[in-house]
Design a protein around this ligand. Structure first.
Ligand code: SAM
Ligand code: SF4
Length: 354
C-alpha cells in the first residue's frame, strides 16, 4: 500500500491521526515532513546585529495571518502528520494574544496528534508568559543568548537587556519548562566566552546549541564576513578545555549533540555552513503571511494564504500543501565568502523564523 504523498503531489492512502484519508507529507527525496516551524510575527523587541538591520520595515497588518488563520494552517499540517510545531519569529511572545494561539494548538497535544509544541524566543517576555506556556502544554523552549556579558548583550541585541532575559529564564525554570540555550558563534564577539557559556549552562541544567551565522537578509556592510566563526573552530577550542562525547541524542532538529563530560550538559552544534545537514531534513517553514518555505536556504516558496482565504473548506489548502511538498529541494548552498557580497538568501531570519 502506498503510504505517502509522492514528489509529484499525488496523495497516498495511509491514514494519520484517525483521519484515514489524509496522507503523510513525503518529499521527492523520500524525507517525511513532520516538523513545522512557524514565524508568527516578523516583529521583534530586539535588533540583533546578525539578524536585522537597525531600521527594519515590517509587514503591514493586513498581510499577516490572523491568529485564527494561523491555527487553521498549523492544524492542517498536524492533520497531515506534522508531529512537532515550533513557534518562532521575529519574537513570538511580542505578538498580541499569542497565548490564545498556543492554547488552541495545545489541543493537538491533548488528543495525541502532536508530540511537541515549542517556541524559540529571545526570553524578554518569559517572565510574563512562562506559566501560560506550561499550562498550554509547552514543556521545552529554546532561548537565544549569545553572551553573558550585559554590555556585549546590549551591543549584540541593540535593544535588549540581559537582566530581563535572565529574569525570564528564572520564571521559565520555576514554571517547569525545560530550557535550551541557542548561542550564535560570533568571531571577535563571544569567541572568548564559549567555555563560560558551556559551564553556565551546565551549572543550570540547560542544554546548549551553538549556531553558525547564516547569510540571510541584508544587514549592512561586510558584517557577516566579520562575524562568521566556523563551528569546527568552536569545537576545537572547547576540546582544549572539555571532553565532548558524541551522542545520538536528537530533538528532531538539525543539531548534532555531544555530552560535556565535565558539566554533564548537552552541547549541540548546528553547522549549516560547514556541514550539510540537508539529507535528513524533516521540516518546512511557514511565515506569518502564510508563505511556506520548503528550505531555509532557498528562495522557492508556496503561497498558502490565498487557498486558505479562498475557501472555508481545507481542500484547496491541502492541495497547495501537497504541491509545495512535492517541490521541496534536496538542499541549500549557503556560501559566505569575499567574492559573494550580498546574502545568499535575501529574506531575514526573522521572516522565515530560526
Ligand atoms: N526572536 C527569537 C530568538 O531570537 O530566539 C526567535 C527568532 S530568531 C530569528 C531564531 C534564532 O535564529 C535565534 O537563535 C537567532 O540567534 C538565530 N539567528 C538569527 N539570524 C541568524 C543568522 N543570520 N544566522 C544564524 N542564526 C541566526
Ligand atoms: Fe529578534 Fe530573535 Fe532576530 Fe534577535 S534573533 S532580532 S531576538 S528575531
Amino acid at each position: 500500500m502506498n503510504d505517502r504523498v509522492s514528489g509529484n503531489g499525488s496523495a497516498g492512502l495511509r491514514g494519520n491521526g484517525g483521519e484515514s484519508s489524509l496522507p503523510l507529507l513525503i518529499d521527492p527525496f523520500d524525507r517525511r515532513v513532520s516538523y513545522l516551524r512557524v514565524s508568527v510575527t516578523d516583529r521583534c523587541d530586539f535588533r540583533c546585529v546578525y539578524c536585522m538591520s537597525e531600521s527594519m520595515t515590517f509587514l503591514p497588518k493586513a498581510e499577516v495571518l490572523t491568529l485564527e488563520e494561523l491555527d487553521r494552517l498549523c492544524s492542517a499540517f498536524v492533520r497531515r502528520g506534522v508531529r512537532k510545531l515550533r513557534l518562532t519569529g521575529g519574537e513570538p511572545l511580542v505578538r498580541r494574544n499569542i497565548v490564545w494561539l498556543i492554547e488552541r494548538l495545545g489541543r493537538h497535544l491533548g488528543d495525541g496528534t502532536l508530540e511537541e509544541l515549542t517556541l524559540t524566543t529571545n526570553g524578554s517576555q518569559l517572565a510574563r508568559f512562562a506559566d501560560d506556556l506550561y499550562a498550554a502544554g509547552v514543556r521545552r523552549i529554546n532561548v537565544s543568548i549569545d553572551t553573558l556579558d550585559p554590555e556585549k548583550f546590549a551591543e549584540i541585541t541593540r535593544w535588549g537587556r540581559l537582566e530581563q532575559v535572565l529574569d525570564g529564564l528564572a520564571a521559565a525554570d520555576a514554571a517547569g519548562l525545560r530550557i535550551k540555550i541557542n548561542a550564535v558563534a560570533l568571531r571577535g564577539v563571544n569567541d572568548d566566552e564559549l567555555v563560560d557559556i558551556v559551564e553556565w549552562c551546565g551549572d543550570r541544567g540547560y542544554d546548549l546549541t551553538f549556531i553558525e551565522v547564516m547569510p540571510l537578509g541584508e544587514i549592512g556592510g561586510d558584517a557577516r564576513l566579520d562575524q562568521y566563526l566556523p563551528l569546527s573552530m568552536v569545537r576545537a577550542s572547547l576540546r582544549r578545555r572539555f571532553t565532548l562525547d558524541e551522542s545520538d541524542y536528537s530533538t528532531g532538529g538539525p543539531a548534532r549533540y555531544t555530552v560535556c563530560r565535565e558539566t554533564g550538559g548537552r552541547v549541540g552544534f548546528i553547522t549549516p555552513m560547514t556541514h550539510n545537514f540537508c539529507e535528513s531534513c524533516n521540516r518546512v517553514r511557514l511565515t506569518c503571511t502564510g508563505t511556506l518555505y520548503m528550505c531555509l536556504g532557498q528562495e522557492d516558496a508556496a503561497d498558502l494564504r490565498a487557498p486558505l482565504r479562498e475557501s472555508d473548506d481545507d481542500a484547496l489548502l491541502m492541495g497547495a500543501i501537497d504541491e509545495a511538498i512535492g517541490r521541496k529541494p534536496k538542499g541549500h548552498d549557503f556560501v559566505i565568502d569575499r567574492r559573494r557580497r550580498g546574502p545568499a538568501v535575501s529574506r531575514h531570519m526573522s521572516v522565515t523564523g530560526g
